[in-house]
Design a protein. Structure first.
Length: 499
């Protein structure tokens, strides 16, 4: 047996002692001395981020459900990791996410995005304002209505594809269909040349499966932030050697986006021809107009606009088709509206209250964004009931908690469009409803998403007779929270037959 020299043993022992002392110090600090030490919650979650990591990444996407359990046990205020408090109280949502609050996003949580160069993942309040201003104008209602023709074109393309399925009687994976439609719409708006997943065989099913897997990888990146940057610098040829067809499709998709950003910068043309052109044409400083940063904006705009809208539509359709009375009432109202105008025009769609109610109910139960929204105020304390959280404390709330709270939305697991129409319920329902978030970091794509959802729901449910195919609520309900909600791995999501 080789003998370790004495001075090496001494060194190793000293190192082990130092590491142990540091760990003990960290534990005592987090559990006893930390400003959050007295906040209720499980000690293990307060002690180490590894607890969250396990339920977030290894189990994948289950930490949200752990947080639900903490609240049942400890009440509305819970310390969920060493540095963050989660609050479950719909009355506080408007206050925390008010436009008057100058809050930063928590850089740790948002590392799942893989970049802080795009608006979505920008931690700083002031830098975010500057970045978002560069493309806000593209997403006002009037700007979106100028783009209505393009959205209609995608919906008509989808109808033509569904006709093929009607004739062959093959079931359709509507989840993939909706995600593809949403990806095409936002990419055709944001990029000079968008994508055409609706034209793909199987509506880009493999692509969406890869997206789902990558969302799981993103949860790892939150805790170990070198993962996504490492994957991004791997040469494409190397990845393609071992990649599945869906992965190859994803790589081509991303390199297309990257090339578009590079071309905009290389050509140096000042125009508002696309959202990305608009960012280059804005009054941002030159350091913010690099091809790499514009590419990151493209990545997050397309990412944020597709999975959310796709999964919300999946919920709208599941519930509309699973409830014959709702489907019949919607069809009757759509038929009536079709006599007065065009069901693919916003002007007609906005006058159909039952359509609006069905979509809101889908957004309430489907949670386009299921993840918590952590923020902090670097300069001021935040108070909640008797608690005073010092500057820098990370505080998060979840839209899902508000939407499923029986005190604000009675029988929250029942899909009931009437709650948006009945005057005795309507005001309360609206007040505690925020699928697109609130405040300065609220969704920029709200008007686009609403237009897509209205046009798709009205056109498809009026034009086609659809029936659920081997789909129960378990096939669509959230089983994993990767910021967007994902259904169970072994489910194909919403499937329908068309006659
Ligand atoms: C049903 C569909 C959608 C839902 C439910 C939804 C929901 C949300 C929510 C809750 C946020 C705030 C996230 C946070 O605080 O971290 C957000 C942010 C965002 N959404 Fe959406 N979204 C939808 C569709 C879209 C679409 C179509 C786009 C396309 C442009 C989009 C682009 C964005 C962007 C860029 C942000 C970041 C905003 C910022 O930080 O300035 N979303 N969305």
């Amino acid at each position: 047996m080789a003998l370790i020299p004495l001075d090496t043993t001494f060194l190793l022992l000293s190192l082990a002692t130092l590491v142990s002392l540091r760990l003990v110090h960290l534990a005592v600090h987090r559990l006893v001395l930390h400003p959050l030490a007295k906040i209720p919650g499980p000690k293990v979650a307060a002690l180490t981020h590894l607890y969250e990591f396990y339920h977030d990444a290894i189990r994948p996407g289950k930490f949200t459900f752990q947080i639900d359990g903490f609240h049942r046990k400890y009440g509305p205020v819970v310390r969920i990791n060493p540095r963050e408090v989660h609050i479950q109280d719909p009355e506080f949502f408007d206050q925390l996410y008010s436009t008057l609050m100058k809050l930063n996003k928590d850089w740790y949580y948002y590392r799942f995005v893989g970049t802080s160069d795009a608006s979505f993942g920008t931690p700083s309040y002031s830098q975010h304002r500057q970045r978002r201003k560069a493309f806000n104008r593209f997403f006002s209602l009037s700007a979106i209505l100028d783009h209505e023709k393009q959205v209609r074109k995608s919906v008509l393309q989808l109808c033509a594809r569904l006709e093929e399925h009607r004739q062959t009687n093959r079931p359709v994976l509507l989840g993939s269909v909706f995600r593809s439609l949403a990806t095409d719409v936002i990419s055709q708006y944001a990029l000079p040349e968008g994508h055409n997943l609706l034209g793909e065989r199987d509506f880009g099913k493999d692509f969406h499966n890869v997206n789902r897997k990558l969302s799981g990888v993103a949860a790892y990146n939150r805790h170990f932030p070198f993962i996504i940057p490492t994957l991004m610098v791997l040469p494409a040829w190397l990845v393609k050697l071992t990649a599945t067809p869906g992965m190859v499709q994803m790589l081509n998709f991303q390199s297309h986006n990257q090339n578009q950003a590079r071309q905009i910068v290389a050509m140096g043309k000042r125009s508002d021809d696309s959202v990305l052109h608009g960012i280059f044409n804005s009054d941002l400083p030159d350091s913010e107009k690099t091809a790499e940063r514009i590419f990151q904006e493209a990545l997050t705009l397309v990412g944020a606009g597709s999975e959310t809208t796709g999964s919300a539509l999946e919920h709208v359709f599941y519930h509309a088709l699973a409830n014959p009375a709702i489907k019949a009432r919607l069809f009757a109202d759509l038929s009536e509206a079709a006599k007065q105008g065009d069901l693919s025009s916003h002007e007609t769609l906005k006058r159909i209250p039952y359509l609006d109610a069905v979509i809101k109910e889908g957004l309430r139960m489907g949670h386009g964004v299921s993840g918590r929204l952590p923020r902090y105020d670097p300069h001021n304390s935040i108070t909640y009931k008797g608690y005073v959280f010092p500057p820098g404390t990370i505080i998060s709330m979840s839209i899902r908690d508000m939407h499923l709270d029986p005190d604000y939305h009675p029988e929250p697991l029942t899909f009931n469009p009437e709650r948006w129409l009945d005057p005795s319920m309507q005001k309360r329902s609206e007040q505690f409803f925020a699928p697109f978030g609130k405040g300065t970091r609220a969704c920029v794509g709200r008007e686009l998403a609403m237009l897509e959802m209205m046009m798709v729901t009205a056109t498809l449910l009026h034009r086609f007779e659809m029936d659920l195919f081997r789909t129960t609520y378990d096939d669509v309900r959230m089983q994993h929270d990767f910021f967007s909600p994902f259904h169970a791995d072994d489910s194909k999501g919403l499937q329908v037959t068309i006659t």
